[in-house]
Design a protein around this ligand. Sequence first.
Ligand SMILES: [Zn+2]
Length: 251
Amino acid sequence: MFLMWILFLFVISAQGQDNAPPGDADTKYATNFIANRHWPDGKIKYWILPTGNSASWLIPKVIDGLDFLSNETDYAVVFEKPAPLDGSMGMCGLTEWTYYPLIIVYVGNRCKKGLLTHEIMHALGFEHEFTRRDRSKYVTINCDNIRAGREVQFDVCYDCVYTKDPSWKVFQDFDYSSVTMYSSKALGEKNTETITPKDPAKKELMGKYQLSESDIERLKFVYGKNYKKPEQVNEAIKNLEYCPAKEIEMK
Ligand SMILES: [Zn+2]
């Protein structure tokens, strides 16, 4: 009987933790989506500038891969101007919001379909999964290992939706396999680990660069008919997890 009581108390106290069941009025949904980057109308339009040897020809392929959206929605996203970049860039791409609502997706020589899908997710308003404000429950960011100058890419996404609106529960589970998730050694100095999952078994899911089931569900929700801009939880981030900038050695 005594043991039963201990168990009972344990269950009660476990329920008091953050992992409130869905539907609970206090459940908060941290997301990797920036509501102000939601495209409210129009079809997916894109314009590819001729770029010689860049991989911009992949853009239509990626967008074709998003055709599940058209079943869900009257509207989707407008790429006014995916543009080329100079082929010397040793990376896939870069999404630039400076001229919003003109989004520029730069496409480099080394773009493969998966990496470009990642860039286009940014153009659709999604940030990196590991920048969610609840990320510290799921991953550890190893600031010391981050290459100098790249620290800012590990900042918590302060603009990402954080809400109690139950329709946002599609974001409830942290998605290690999201196309927006870096691999564990991304931007690491000398092949060191920058993102360590709390559960080591999740490491192999990271950095796969293909749309996960959850990415698809989230896209359908955000660009579907039931989308409405959520009321944000007005709460500062308690444990600011910013990696301080290192000094860059000038050579
Ligand atoms: Zn990215």
